[in-house]
Design a protein. Structure first.
Length: 201
């Protein structure tokens, strides 16, 4: 995945959520989690990337660990010319599932946390990864899928949002990497426009 001459992967800093989120018991995942994963990366970034749920951040010994999803995402960002430090990553679910659960109920219970983040951080651009995120953010559409949505800009809560394949799907099907990078390059181009118009570097 990564050549020896390329930059090493980084473990992005984790942002602690507000007390009410850390103590949330709105769904059964509160009984599975080790802790709430509010988000990671640059908390001041105006580019917010949204995945379905967080993967492991530590191995069984408790040591910092970079999962395959995060590795593949970083590869795609770099190939598209996006600085990993310029993004904030969050999730539909703020808890990492470790066994079967009612997915729809959990997403519904957790939706207010994402809306809180949008109000608090006021991102200029959103980018979703995978069909689950697409279906959740564009629930007014009938059976939205990344395959149909990619390459275009849509709107969620008044914010432009684009979509691409989930990094894990790209990892399992390497032939998707080209499309993955194309979509992230579209994000990079739109971000350049937004940054210039808002006076960001």
């Amino acid at each position: 995945m990564l050549r020896m001459d390329e930059e090493p992967f980084v473990i992005l800093p984790e942002e602690m959520g507000p007390p009410e989120a850390r103590q949330c018991e709105r769904c059964e995942l509160s009984r599975q989690r080790a802790r709430v994963i509010w988000g990671e990366g640059n908390p001041q970034a105006k580019m917010m990337l949204i995945l379905d749920n967080p993967g492991a951040r530590e191995d069984r010994q408790g040591e910092a660990f970079l999962c395959g999803t995060r590795e593949t995402l970083q590869v795609g960002l770099r190939k598209a010319g996006l600085n990993v430090d310029a993004v904030y990553i969050t999730y539909l679910l703020k808890c990492r599932p470790i066994r079967a659960y009612d997915k729809q109920a959990a997403r519904s219970a957790c939706s207010s946390h994402l809306l809180f983040q949008l109000r608090e951080k006021q991102p200029l651009l959103l980018f979703g990864f995978g069909n689950v995120v697409a279906e959740t953010l564009l629930s007014h559409q009938e059976n939205p899928s990344v395959k149909q949505l990619r390459g275009q800009w849509h709107t969620f809560q008044g914010i432009p949002v684009g979509f691409t394949y989930h990094p894990l799907a790209v990892r399992r099907r390497p032939n998707l990497m080209r499309s993955f990078v194309e979509d992230l390059t579209l994000l990079q181009a739109r971000w350049s426009e937004e940054a210039a118009s808002h006076g960001f570097n």
